[in-house]
Design a protein around this ligand. Structure first.
Ligand code: C2E
Ligand code: MG
Ligand code: MG
Ligand code: MG
Length: 279
């Protein structure tokens, strides 16, 4: 799979569009190079079954190994990628790399886990997105049930009709769809009833104040039971403490992700974790 070709086409495509945004030209060129010159890599953060402690899935998180600055976190380049349109080839690289890695773990004989990939608004608005997903699965001989796509509310609310049509195409392929960062910023319950999500990821900001803060407890409990009522599985993000885990266990939250279990790690480290996981 050639990210180089993709990047080249897309730069031509978006070159004109982005010149008016006032983005420093150099940074844009650098990000383009990151995509075409193999400077991006993925780390994987385990997602854990709250009741058993087993790893059930991983979230793929992109990083940039900048030739001069070293390791750059996604908050420092995803916004630029979104503004310039480079998120489309970047996202395609992430999608393919995550599927390739999932295939490679399965080939190692490890018990399969779901791999979740973050999808941005521009990718989701691309009419070819569903076929890119199908191609990535096929190319890597990965069953669709092992791929999960994470989108935030703002992605689906931007153009509800178009988003719904895209979600239906993706569901037909058989991938899982999750709503990311639920409860961050403004949240509308409409998104949950309108769109066919499989899973709700409760934002770290709601988990942070657990279990000491009474309001946080009330909100987190409400979100968990809302998910159950709507038949969505529910995962708590940003879990860092034993006390938060105790709360989540009692509130019947199904899964958790956070530094309490592991920070995002290399694929090698993750395969070690999968090897030693309890049966
Ligand atoms: P996200 O999708 O909500 O990912 C979770 C973020 O929370 C990750 O930050 C992760 O490292 C961090 N995190 C996990 N557990 C904890 C915890 O216990 N405590 C704290 N304080 N943080 C925790 P990261 O990797 O820096 O990514 C930030 C955001 O960048 C992601 O938020 C996502 O919105 C975006 N992003 C990352 N990779 C991609 C990608 O491949 N494509 C797109 N479109 N966006 C991406
Ligand atoms: Mg995410
Ligand atoms: Mg999130
Ligand atoms: Mg987030």
């Amino acid at each position: 799979y050639r990210a180089k070709q993709l990047g080249r086409n897309t730069l031509q495509h978006h070159d004109g569009d982005s010149s008016g945004l006032g983005m420093p030209r150099g940074e844009q060129e650098e990000l383009h190079q990151a995509i075409t010159c193999d400077q991006l890599f993925l780390e994987y953060q385990p997602q854990v079954d709250v009741a058993t402690g087993r790893i059930t899935g991983v979230e793929a998180l992109v990083r940039w190994n900048h030739p001069a600055k070293g390791r750059v976190p996604p908050v420092n380049f995803i916004p630029l990628a979104e503004e310039t349109g480079l998120i489309v080839p970047l996202g395609l690289w992430v999608l393919n790399e995550a599927c390739r890695q999932a295939r490679s773990w399965q080939d190692m004989g490890l018990a399969p886990v779901t791999v979740a990939v973050n999808v941005s608004a521009k990718q989701f608005a691309d009419p070819d997105f569903a076929s890119h997903v199908a191609e990535a699965l096929e190319r890597n001989r990965l069953q669709s049930r092992w791929l999960e796509l994470e989108v935030t509310e703002s992605v689906v609310m931007q153009n509800a009709e178009r988003a719904l049509a895209m979600m239906e195409q993706l569901r037909a392929i058989g991938v899982r769809l999750s709503i990311d960062d639920f409860g961050s910023g403004y949240s509308s319950l409409a998104a949950l009833k309108t769109f066919p999500f499989d899973r709700l990821k409760m934002d770290r900001s709601l988990v942070e104040a657990l279990p000491g803060d009474k309001t946080a407890v009330a909100i987190a409990s409400a979100v968990i039971s809302l998910a159950q009522t709507l038949k969505l599985s529910v995962l708590a993000e940003g879990v860092e403490t034993d006390a938060q885990m105790d709360f989540l266990r009692h509130a019947h939250c199904e899964e958790a992700q956070g530094y309490h279990f592991s920070k995002p790690v290399s694929p090698e480290e993750l395969s070690r974790m999968l090897q030693t996981r309890l049966p």
